[in-house]
Each structure stands twice: as structure tokens, then as C-alpha cells.
Design a protein around this ligand. Structure first.
Ligand code: BTN
Length: 255
């Protein structure tokens, strides 16, 4: 399914003016068993407690200026050991939609979206397990669309409007991202072939094979990203030709 077939694509969308967090709102609905459909989506003009990857800081966004949404899926078909593929599929859906506006978008491991050295979008996937099975996943996406001034400590933020200076249709972007996600997700759970997803993800990886500075618990070092493995660990070859393997939050990029 391509984005221009969006008329045939059905999902329920709740559009809120204000909410604490669209991720929290969807989890609430789910726990109250009001959700029946996969890809049920909630968007909001403003979040009072938008959740981010970093616990100290939520997700900053002025009222109505950015695209803030979450959708729910039942990820039972995905084995827990393969959960990184979900993150890759979501990152690709966002990144490839942004590619329709400009060149220069990349995925910063594990799933931030950067335009050159600036962050335009963040993704927060929260899951609940039942035993050893994924019961539910809420995929939360924030994309800076119109905002020009950021007061918090967001790293190098930029918005789509600052890049393109073009008119932007928020719901069209949301719709296209869902279609892109669904296309790849459905294909994956039919075949369990993650190879093409991994290849697309690596092709779009920010700083792949470029020498740069990174910081881990032992300090700063020079190295280049050489791979991301199937479990989602980042592999950096340092300037002594040693390959270091990191889980999320174990290494920082010096931008
Ligand atoms: C990050 O820190 O990079 C991830 C940010 C994710 C923000 C989005 S905004 C919509 C959804 N609801 C939330 O509370 N967080 C996500």
C-alpha cells in the first residue's frame, strides 16, 4: 500500500486538544478495554506531560505547532528477542515520509530522526508483556513541524517548516506514516523476513562509517559506527580498531 492509496485505509483517530500524554491516554483506553482496533490513533495539539526517551525531560511542544500522536498495536506476532524490528519499522516510516520533503534526513540510533545534525522527530515505544508474549505496544511519535523556539534542553531541535518553508498538512503526514508503518509491519509478520528492513535502516543510519566522538562510561573516544545488530545493539569501531557494543543509553554522541 502506498501513501496515495490512503482513502482506502481505515483506522480510528481521536483528535484531542490537550492531554497529559497521547501514549498514556492510549494505555488508559486499552486498560479500560475500550480499544478494539489495531492502529487506533490518538493525536493532540498539546501534551502537558509528553513523555520522552529521557526520564528527566518530557517532549517539548507548543500548542498546535507540532505533530504529536500515538497508535496502538497488538505485537503478539513479534518475538520479544526480535522487538528491535518494530523500532526499525517505525523509524523508517517516519524517516521515509520526511524524505518526501527534503534530503538529509537520517535515523539516529536507535530511533531518533535527524536532519543533518539536528533532531526533528522522536519516537517512544512502550510495551506491556503477558508472560513472555508482547501484549500491547503503544508507539508514540513527536515531529517538530512548525515550532521555531525551543526552551527546554532538547538536543539541537529543528522543525520541518524551518527546513522546507512549505505549507504542511499535519493529518496528511500522520496518515502517510501509518500507511507506511502498516505496509512494512504486515509484510514482516507474514514472512518474518527482516533483512530488507535492516538494510533500509542501515542505509539511512546517521553517521554510519564516519569518524566522530562518542562518550561512554569510561570517557570520550574517537570511533565510527560500523553496524547495528539484530538485537539493536550499536557497534562502534574505535581508533584502536576495537569494536565496542552498546545498548541504548550506554553511549552518547558528541554532536
Ligand atoms: C524522544 O524522547 O525522542 C521520544 C519522544 C516521543 C514524543 C512523543 S509525542 C507523542 C507521544 N506521546 C508522548 O507522551 N510521547 C510521544
Amino acid at each position: 500500500m502506498e501513501p496515495d492509496e490512503k482513502e482506502d485505509f481505515q483506522y480510528s483517530l481521536v483528535e484531542l486538544s490537550e492531554v497529559d500524554s497521547t501514549n498514556a491516554y492510549l494505555f488508559d483506553l486499552y486498560h479500560k478495554q475500550q480499544i478494539v482496533s489495531d492502529l487506533m490513533t490518538v493525536s493532540a495539539k498539546y501534551q502537558s506531560k509528553g513523555r520522552g526517551q529521557r526520564t528527566s525531560q518530557g517532549w517539548e511542544s507548543n500548542w498546535g505547532e507540532n505533530l504529536l500522536f500515538s497508535f496502538l498495536i497488538n505485537p503478539r506476532p513479534i518475538a520479544i528477542r526480535d522487538q528491535f524490528v518494530l523500532s526499525q519499522i517505525v523509524a523508517l516510516a517516519v524517516k521515509e515520509e520526511l524524505d518526501t520533503f527534503d534530503d538529509g534526513f537520517r535515523i539516529k540510533w536507535p530511533n531518533d530522526i535527524y536532519w543533518h545534525d539536528k533532531k526533528i522527530a522522536g519516537i517512544l515505544i512502550e510495551t506491556e508483556l503477558e508472560g513472555a508474549v508482547f501484549e500491547v505496544a503503544v508507539v508514540g511519535i513527536g515531529i517538530n513541524l512548525h515550532q521555531r523556539f525551543f526552551n527546554g534542553d532538547a538536543p539541537n531541535p529543528i522543525s520541518l517548516k524551518q527546513i522546507t518553508h512549505r505549507a504542511i498538512n499535519q493529518n496528511e503526514i500522520l496518515n502517510h506514516i501509518l500507511i507506511r508503518f502498516k505496509t512494512d509491519y504486515d509484510a514482516y509478520v507474514k514472512t518474518y523476513d527482516s533483512e530488507s528492513i535492516i538494510q533500509r535502516y542501515k542505509k539511512d543510519l546517521y553517521r554510519l562509517n564516519e569518524m566522530a566522538t562518542y562518550i561512554d562510561d569510561k570517557g570520550a573516544f574517537q570511533g565510527k559506527i560500523v553496524d547495528v545488530d539484530r538485537q539493536g545493539f550499536l557497534l562502534i569501531e574505535d581508533d584502536q580498531s576495537c569494536t565496542r557494543r552498546y545498548a541504548f543509553k550506554e553511549v552518547k554522541y558528541k554532536i
